[in-house]
Design a protein around this ligand. Sequence first.
Ligand code: SF4
Ligand code: SF4
Length: 73
Amino acid sequence: MSEIFIKLSIDQKKCISAEGCLTCVKVCPVAIFKPAANKTRIEVNKANEDECTLCNLCLEQCPVQAITLQKLY
Ligand code: SF4
Ligand code: SF4
């Protein structure tokens, strides 16, 4: 089992996925973001969270700065 060294979160109050934004889903090279089962919001795919390459693309491209990347080491 791999350890998780980072924690990603989406501020659902800021996120505009309800307006059709899928930017983080598209830019993340390791599929950390995914639409929730009911498609009303974007979720962090916890199973992939430790695959994050720290590329910062999601942070740079989210139009409303809804994503937080916390380093735990
Ligand atoms: S920093 Fe890069 S790899 Fe990590 S969640 Fe954002 S887009 Fe994905
Ligand atoms: S890029 Fe930002 S606003 Fe767009 S779906 Fe992802 S978290 Fe929400």
